[in-house]
Design a protein around this ligand. Structure first.
Ligand SMILES: C[S@@+](CC[C@H](N)C(=O)[O-])C[C@H]1O[C@@H](n2cnc3c(N)ncnc32)[C@H](O)[C@@H]1O
Length: 390
């Protein structure tokens, strides 16, 4: 018996080594165990009406019915993680297995010491979720699965109200999660050279709504007009981070689209999504570019900056923009969960205090990363204007 356990553990270790070496994403509890709808239906009477059986006898749900996908998310969070959760009709409904992928990927990156830890050892890992939404899914997953602390920011009444409700209905997590209006921080990264653009396009040097400095120097106006071609929404990171705060990472599922028409509807699923959640001026490219620009100011206030990216073309453009602002490590990955064939592109980067540059796909062992750093450093020196992604 003991020997069998030892063998099994050894196998797990080898598999873990292989996974890391191959750059595969970390395991997710749902990777080999898709949710058992029949079991959930027998345990949760509220879920039972949504489950039906296909001719092959498999229990299924109607993915085009919002009530059905929302109830699945509710019972999964409750059954597997002991998390109480709800969202109002039409708000973006998260698919738990996909969301866990992002959390586990960050977990893997934090385990690497390619970017030095910024906080004292023993501190609780702390993340910043940009646009946490009414569903507050990343803070709920990160705190319940890994015990991480989170600040979740957002800009809409409904997101702030429901994210708070979701935190309060889980008293065991409530000391780990703070929900915060974006742009009401205490001025980290804000200076006369680096003002905040408000949603109305005026410049603010502190809390929006309390101290509007009004009219602008023409150079600032010019920047602002250029910015309008891109993202002209409320502040993202600068203005949302408070004095003295440090984070291990930020993460973001951005508003991906410029219009709701562009967002379209996936006829095979109904996961809700209001215009405020799905759309921003300039779409995902502009939103993430704004995060990149903020990060160039905030630098090591975050150990890693990360975001989801919907379109591969945007990912390539954004990576080249990362080099321009001095990113020193850029990592990307793609996730496919179960049979859903949903492709998630992820990008994560850090701005180290020295000027090496590296890029890699997935997770690499330390030695390989060191080799890649040298390789890309040479490439960058020889061809400073080229866009180098290994
Ligand atoms: C695609 S939703 C993501 C919701 C949730 N994190 C998820 O993954 O399901 C994008 C969210 O970003 C919020 N948002 C838009 N602009 C923002 C800003 N400047 N700062 C913070 N949140 C913002 C929206 O209100 C919305 O809740």
């Amino acid at each position: 018996m003991v020997v069998r356990v030892a063998v099994a553990d050894g196998g797990k270790e080898k598999e873990e080594e292989r996974r890391r070496a191959a750059g595969d994403p970390p395991p997710n509890r749902y990777a080999d165990n898709l949710p058992d709808f029949a079991q959930l239906a027998s345990l949760y009477p509220s879920f039972e009406p949504y489950v039906f059986y296909s001719r092959d006898g498999c229990p299924r749900i109607d993915w085009t019915d919002f009530n059905s996908t929302r109830e699945l998310t509710r019972v999964l969070l409750l059954h597997d993680l002991g998390v109480n959760w709800w969202i109002p009709d039409g708000q973006l409904c998260p698919t738990v297995p996909n969301k866990l992928n992002y959390i586990h990927w960050i977990e893997d990156l934090l385990a690497l010491d390619i970017v030095p830890a910024i906080r004292v050892e023993g501190d609780i890992t702390t993340g910043f979720d940009i646009g946490t939404g009414a569903n507050c899914i990343y803070p709920l997953l990160g705190s319940s699965v890994l015990g991480w602390k989170f600040v979740g920011s957002d800009i809409t009444d409904i997101a702030i109200e429901w994210a708070n409700k979701n935190v309060e209905s889980n008293p065991h997590l409530s000391n780990l999660i703070e929900i915060r209006w974006a742009g009401v921080g205490h001025g980290v990264g804000i200076s006369e050279n680096n003002p905040i653009l408000s949603s109305e396009g005026s410049v603010q040097l502190s809390n929006p709504g309390t101290e509007n400095v009004g009219f602008l120097a023409s150079s600032v106006l010019e920047t602002q007009l250029n910015a309008k071609k891109y993202y002209d929404g409320p502040p993202v990171l600068i203005g949302s981070v408070k004095d003295g705060e440090k984070f291990d990472f930020c993460m973001c599922n951005p508003p991906f689209f410029e219009t709701m028409e562009e967002a379209g509807l996936n006829p095979k699923t109904s996961c809700g999504g209001t215009p405020a959640e799905m759309v921003c001026s300039g779409g995902e490219h502009a939103f993430i570019k704004h995060i990149i620009e903020d990060s160039a100011t905030l630098k090591d206030i975050f150990r890693w900056y990360s975001s989801m990216v919907g379109r591969k073309l945007n990912l390539n453009i954004l990576v080249s923009e990362l080099w321009k602002v001095g990113a020193t490590v850029v990592k990307t990955t793609e996730f496919v969960q179960g049979r859903m064939k949903l492709l998630l592109l992820m990008s994560i980067y850090a701005l180290l205090p020295y000027s090496l540059s590296a890029t890699s796909r997935g997770t690499l062992g330390e030695r390989k990363i060191a080799r890649k750093i040298n390789l890309n450093f040479r490439v960058l020196v020889n061809q400073p204007s080229s866009n180098t992604q290994a």
